[in-house]
Ligand binder design. Structure first.
Ligand code: 9MR
Length: 361
């Protein structure tokens, strides 16, 4: 019996109701066989005990937002071809393990956040060696301790004009499309326990660019699966926009089903809702942001292949959107489940209800 129901003024029925109100996102997700997690940067998470407590309370998965990229922020993971610096990523792993969270890895191969030396020296004769040494070192360093790896991130860019829809990235230019298969095989060799994910954005709306990206993504996944590439899951980043009307539940359901039919699991990997273009009034804004979370998660969590949800940040205190999608009126953006004081917002309740309504896995 909880503290609450022992106190004289609270009946057992009220205690049960209150307890279910206070269930965290990770508890509600777990009740349905799902996981909930959020991304954070080392410098934010480990410098605020109250922020850290919110992650511990709400999340079962933690994603380093910078620290496992080749080079994001001022302390690169791979400062030169021969040196790796795991200081910050190891600290995040320790934090996660000490508090019962698991760490999700993001990302082994990406066209952005690469060190300057890589961009300046990568060529067809050294690319395979550089990619191999990277994955053999990084994935091996964390072997057995990672929930899932974004092995390849954002490899599709239809406007680049290739018939296969692949992005003209530094890796594609040096290795051709074989870099994708190579990355998945290497990861499988060194850490057979982490779920291997292909991760991308721009896939959820009923716009022509999202439609053509969905097509290209399915084609890529079909090719990889058919050729025996050990990809196991598809990550849909899900950077949503409040007030966006071009959402078509049936098209999204179809895409999820097509991925599932290929035998892939699906993860929602970077969920947030930009409030850049909605009215200033904070309660109106919060409602529109919450509506976007609800509308999206109701569809996505209906698909049995979806195994969990990660938001790209947890509190409005720290979000990439303040820099990348600021509001014209200069008001702070409010895209995440908790406000800047770590209080639950309507978005939190929308996610909570979506988990509560989700079918059991
Ligand atoms: O949120 C991340 C931001 O802090 C970084 O500066 C940026 C570059 O490393 O990456 C942001 O996260 C991106 C993620 O890694 C991949 N999908 C898009 C995310 C938002 O840009």
């Amino acid at each position: 019996m909880s503290e609450l129901s022992r106190s004289r003024s609270v009946t057992p029925e009220m205690a049960i109701a209150l307890e279910s109100e206070t269930q965290s996102l990770k508890q509600r997700a777990a009740a349905k066989g799902l996981f909930f997690g959020a991304a954070a940067r080392h410098r934010d998470l480990l410098s605020s005990q109250s922020l850290a407590n919110s992650y511990i309370r709400e999340c079962s998965v933690l994603v380093p937002e910078w620290e496992l990229k080749w080079a994001a922020g001022d302390l690169p993971l791979r400062p030169n071809p021969d040196r790796f610096d795991f200081t910050r990523s190891d600290e995040m792993l320790r934090f996660a393990r000490a508090n019962g969270l698991s760490l999700r890895g993001h990302a082994l191969v990406w066209h952005l956040s690469n060190p300057r030396w890589l961009r300046e020296t990568l060529n067809p004769s050294n690319a395979e060696q550089l990619l191999t040494s990277h994955i053999r070192t990084v994935a091996a360093h964390f072997a057995g301790q990672i929930h899932s790896w974004d092995v390849v991130n954002e490899a599709i860019e239809v406007p680049d004009g290739r018939s296969d829809g692949l992005r003209n990235s530094l890796w594609l230019e040096s290795l051709g499309e074989a870099y994708i298969d190579l990355a998945f095989r290497l990861t499988a060799q060194v850490d057979s326990r982490a779920l291997r994910v292909y991760n991308d954005y721009g896939l959820q709306y009923a716009t022509s660019s999202h439609e053509s990206k969905r097509k290209a993504a399915l084609k890529l996944m079909e090719r990889l699966v058919a050729s025996g590439t050990p990809v196991q899951a598809f990550g849909i980043q899900s950077h949503l926009r409040a007030g966006e009307t071009r959402f078509d539940a049936e098209r999204l359901r179809r895409f999820l089903k097509d991925l599932a039919d290929l035998g892939l699991k699906i993860l929602i990997t970077e969920l947030d809702v930009s409030d850049q273009n909605v009215p200033a009034n904070p309660s109106v804004r919060d409602r529109l942001v919450a509506d976007a979370y609800r509308e999206y998660l109701d569809v996505v969590l209906d698909e049995p292949a979806v195994i969990g949800v990660v938001t790209w940040g947890l509190s409005d205190r720290h979000t990439w959107l303040s820099g990348d999608k600021p509001r014209e009126d200069g008001l702070p953006v409010r895209p995440l489940p908790l406000d800047e004081n770590l209080e639950r917002k309507p978005a939190w309740w929308a996610i909570a209800q979506a988990f509560d309504n989700a079918p059991l896995r």
